[in-house]
Write a protein that binds this ligand. Structure first.
Ligand SMILES: C[S@@+](CC[C@H](N)C(=O)[O-])C[C@H]1O[C@@H](n2cnc3c(N)ncnc32)[C@H](O)[C@@H]1O
Length: 291
């Protein structure tokens, strides 16, 4: 019957549209993966983790702000358990320098082998494209310890990092099966990852859902990310596109993934921190709980 045919064609169209959209999403995600093939860990560290962005003498420098947020979150006493997973570690270690005192097992992860190798080098013999000592000293000071306790903190960090694993946040199971406990980690940390590996907000929110499957119910997520950023340099001359987020989008993405937002702090980038390696305007820090 003609009516039925039209109906069938109509519903076929309805069925195909999401599939087409899914294919477009996958193509856009693949394009992001290709972008990352040119990522240079040493250049990225130089651009983002040296002064003025990492100036421990300046109260308005971006790295001390991030370290203070992480220190506060881990000192509040509400995050407990054994396993902390850092999602998209890149070549950096600052994000686990407070958490390594609270959790007995820390798992670092990244999509790129060059970044995992960079982390392994520091874990094995302290060699690295960046000297992490001033970071360790600063976090010791935040904890009320002498800066010279930094070597103890470095030893603690080396002793609790159990693995440096490959991850892909665009896969429903981002880590290989069996690499973390079946009921999930007790805490997830992720810094500047989701917005800088996703083509748009919908895919970012989907990736947030994927990583949430790594967290046990009742566990905490600490998310740090860029606001208003459309690109950053992953190597000299390599512009990696970023989803330009605002505060409301961060909140709605967390809410739609089922999180209870416990705290949101915002850092506005002073003019002196705009050093031509990205167009970020601010940074958010979110502490959330998975019910
Ligand atoms: C902007 S860097 C952030 C690095 C570090 N967390 C920091 O705070 O500076 C983004 C990281 O995401 C990683 N990445 C790229 N694609 C990814 C994917 N599909 N899944 C997980 N991580 C990915 C990159 O290799 C890179 O290390």
């Amino acid at each position: 019957m003609p009516g039925d045919k039209e109906e069938q064609e109509g519903s076929a169209e309805l069925r195909e549209k999401p599939r087409r959209e899914e294919e477009e999403d996958e193509e856009a995600v693949d394009a992001m993966r290709v972008c990352y093939q040119g990522f240079d860990p040493a250049a990225y560290l130089q651009f983002n983790y040296t002064p003025p962005r990492a100036d421990f003498q300046r109260a308005d420098s971006i790295v001390p702000w991030k370290l203070a947020c992480l220190h506060r979150a881990f000192s509040e006493g509400d995050m407990q358990g054994e396993v902390l997973v850092d999602v998209g570690s890149g070549p950096t270690l600052y994000q686990v320098m407070s958490g390594c005192e609270v959790f007995g097992r820390v798992v670092l992860t990244d999509f790129l082998e060059v970044n995992r190798r960079e982390l392994q080098r520091w874990l094995q013999d302290g060699s690295s494209s960046l000297d992490w000592t001033p970071y360790l000293e600063y976090v010791c000071q935040l904890e009320g310890r002498r800066p010279s306790a930094s070597s103890e903190k470095a030893a603690r960090l080396r002793s609790v990092v159990s693995d440096v694993l490959p991850i892909d946040v665009h896969r429903p199971c981002p880590l290989a099966p069996g690499t973390i406990p079946a009921n999930g980690a007790d805490c997830l940390v992720s810094c500047f990852c989701l917005e800088s590996v996703s083509p748009d907000l919908a895919v970012l929110t989907r990736a947030l859902g994927h990583i949430s499957s790594l967290l046990r119910p009742g566990g905490h997520l600490l998310l740090i990310g860029a606001l208003g950023e459309s690109y950053y340099l992953g190597a000299a001359g390599l512009r990696i596109p970023v989803v330009p987020l605002d505060e409301a989008q961060v909140c709605s993405s967390l809410k739609s993934s089922g999180y209870q937002l416990l705290q949101l702090s915002i850092y506005t980038l002073p003019a002196e921190m705009r050093v031509g390696v990205d167009d970020v305007t601010g940074v958010f820090f979110a502490k959330a709980r998975k019910p």
